[in-house]
Design a protein around this ligand. Sequence first.
Ligand code: DX5
Ligand code: ZN
Length: 214
Amino acid sequence: MDLYPSMMCADYGKLADEVRALDAAGADSFHCDVMDGSFVPNMTMGLMDIKAVRASTSKPLDVHLMIEDPLGKLDLFVEAGADVIYIHPESERFVAKALLAIRDAGCAPGLAIDPDTPVAAIEDMLPIVDYVMVMTVNPGFAGQSFLEFTLPKIAQLAELKRAHDFTLVIDGACAPERIRQLSGMGADAFVLGTSALFGHGDYAQSMSRLRAQA
Ligand code: DX5
Ligand code: ZN
């Protein structure tokens, strides 16, 4: 089970310290939420923030693009140090082209789907992605409630993993109990924000507890 701290929830008054602490606490990857205020009604991490995270860890950066026209802006995030780049099919006219361009740039391609986007919207592209991320909250804000109606979609993708080799990631309101339930259903990795990590005391203790209970 992989754990990805959601860096939009970190303390930006001491970002480098936060990254080092999370790295030492056992983070598998650093989830960087990028929002443009248009595709989602919020703005969070920018290129400078991603570069600052990059400079403070050698672990992978998991960059979640919640922006319009991700294909047109891809190079900015490759240069900023992304390892995995997720795009939303809801935000891109040329989804397959963007996924292939991510791989051509040397990064791992991922698809992130909104709560109301069915698996059918991405099934044909599963052969060309390495990651599928299911949004279990409406994208844009931390601290929301888990949307139960996404559970069948998670089960469906866990089944599809048998035929396709992708990592199934859950993003949104991943609390400890929920992580236990979803890892039992076949989810591989979890984005950790305010529901299980930030504001819950010692990072290492929180993450090792999550691993022990899975
Ligand atoms: C939501 C963000 C996530 C996450 C934050 O758009 O992509 O990073 O919700 O974690 P929680 O939901 O636990 O505060
Ligand atoms: Zn995210």
